[in-house]
Design a protein around this ligand. Structure first.
Ligand SMILES: C[S@@+](CC[C@H](N)C(=O)[O-])C[C@H]1O[C@@H](n2cnc3c(N)ncnc32)[C@H](O)[C@@H]1O
Length: 484
């Protein structure tokens, strides 16, 4: 990749993936390469590509899993990802002294001494540590060849992603044509727009701000689920635990009201009867969202509702009722739970999607193959319970991540738009926020950002390298500076 000497990766933190001893063994060059890898990975992620995490950023458990998988694949003579230590092991098979396998030693556990050793701690944000102290072999360091090969492999992936981005761009150009035809009062000549339920959104106009794409719509609820769904995320520790948080205790479980077959009568549905006391189903606070679930009495933070009940649907084609949650198995989408049928579901089908982050009071999570909601803050009486459905369904409803997170974070950012086509940013973080929305990436917005007190046009969203550039630019000027 072309080097951009003025983009420093000094601030990219790699220290937390290594122990002090391991860090001491990494030379400056190795550290620089690892920082570059991490920066590239994060950039691609920001752009929404399903890119694989660099090996050194994986947890020890994940590394071990990959190693086992690759060993199994190698045994079957399949194509596998490049694994320097495996390659070395193979090459050295039969030689007298095989080098020690390269194993990352996890950072030492400092803050969680009180946690029982049997508890596996998993970090979501990367801040957590791993308690597993097995495989304590000493890290041998990267060889120059290892790093070169890793970078080559990484650059190949980057190129592949860039090609995907180019494809995306061309599909968006088609969309622009369609939009333009519309703006000139013409119906698009090509058969493009899918007719499906209107995006209701939280806006007055009730429609999405973004052009619609000729793609299969995703109107099922989805979330990022780790490989092992027996972990529960603790908001206070910002860490996932196997089972309940050993520090802040278990979630308070509120069970559904039991429904017996005899209770079901015409017009009286199972989903209504299952409602726990203290909650009520009534019109949503969101215009045109239909019914919603409200707390009649206060509900404290850390309360768990669920599981979400419905019919198991295997095919994504059949998961368009608007009441489906996607279920993951071993980190991959597996099936859906469809709560469309009122007699085969529970009250949770009525929980609507929050339009702004500050309105979200429930968090959906998968636990042992089922979906639960938990309160992430104290909910006052007469408040609607609102969850986040996932980016794609959110977009279908006219809500974007950008809208969703910006309100809360805007205090720190200066960001504005002179008209629909120009966005100016004075904060690198704002770029991050903007780029979490796939639609934003595809928009034809001109992005202006500031450097040396001058506003510059940046084709941010169209080129990965520019993207890297912008995220790394340190911007200091304020909105009062004039636009060029
Ligand atoms: C799981 S259902 C929620 C219950 C639904 N309100 C009802 O009355 O049956 C999902 C549907 O609710 C509506 N909805 C949920 N959140 C919404 C939002 N923020 N804005 C607009 N419509 C929303 C959409 O029609 C969506 O397809």
């Amino acid at each position: 990749m072309e080097s951009l000497p003025w983009i420093s990766t000094d601030s990219v933190d790699i220290d937390r993936y290594f122990t002090k001893v391991e860090l001491e063994k990494l030379c400056d060059y190795e550290k620089l390469r690892l920082r570059n890898m991490k920066r590239n990975y994060e950039t691609m992620q920001l752009l929404g590509f399903p890119i694989q995490k660099p090996h050194f950023m994986l947890s020890k458990r994940e590394q071990a899993k990959i190693r086992r998988r690759d060993e199994a694949a190698l045994a079957k003579d399949e194509e596998v990802d490049w694994m320097p230590q495996l390659e070395r092991e193979q090459e050295n098979r039969g030689k007298e002294e095989a080098p020690k396998p390269m194993v990352w030693k996890p950072p030492p556990m400092k803050t969680k001494k009180s946690i029982p050793q049997s508890t596996v701690v998993k970090s979501r944000s990367g801040k957590g540590c791993y308690l597993d102290d097995s495989e304590d072999e000493e890290f041998e360091g990267y060889s120059f060849g290892d790093l070169q090969a890793a970078e080559k492999r990484y650059n190949r992936k980057l190129k592949r992603s860039q090609r995907e981005l180019a494809k995306l761009k061309s599909s968006n150009l088609e969309l622009d044509e369609e939009e333009e035809e519309r703006s000139h009062g013409k119906e698009p000549t090509r058969e493009k727009t899918q007719d499906s339920q209107a995006a209701k959104g939280c806006t007055e106009e009730g429609k999405s701000r973004y052009p619609r794409r000729n793609i299969v719509r995703r109107n099922y609820m989805e979330m990022e689920v780790p490989d092992d769904d027996h972990y529960i995320f603790c908001d206070d520790c910002n860490t996932e635990y196997e089972g309940d948080c050993p520090v802040h205790g278990p979630l308070v479980i509120i069970k559904d009201t039991e429904v017996k077959a005899v209770d079901l009568k015409p017009g009286v549905y199972r989903c209504h009867l299952s409602l726990p006391s203290g909650l009520v189903i009534k019109p949503s606070s969101i215009p045109s969202a239909g019914a919603g679930v409200w707390a009649e009495a206060p509900v404290s933070k850390g309360v768990r509702f669920g599981p979400y009940e419905g019919v198991v649907v295997e095919d994504s084609e059949d998961a368009h009722s608007g009441y489906c949650w996607q279920i993951y198995k071993q980190g991959k989408p597996h099936h859906y739970v469809d709560a469309a049928d009122k007699n085969k579901s529970n009250w949770m089908r009525y929980v609507n999607c929050a339009c702004r982050e500050e309105d979200q009071n429930l968090l959906a999570f998968q636990f042992h193959g089922e979906i639960f909601y938990r309160t992430i803050e104290n909910v006052t009486a007469h408040t609607e319970l609102l969850v986040w459905y996932g980016d794609e369904y959110g977009q279908e409803l006219g809500i974007t991540r950008e809208d969703f997170v910006s309100k809360k974070q805007n205090n720190n950012y200066t960001c504005g738009s002179d008209n629909a086509n120009i966005l100016w940013l004075t904060s690198t973080a704002m770029v991050d926020v903007a780029c979490t929305s796939a639609n934003f990436v595809s928009s034809q917005m001109t992005v202006l950002t500031a450097s040396n007190s001058t506003w510059q046009r940046i084709d941010t969203m169209r080129d990965v390298n520019y993207m890297t550039l912008v995220t790394k630019l340190s911007l200091t000027v304020t909105q009062q500076d004039s636009l060029v």
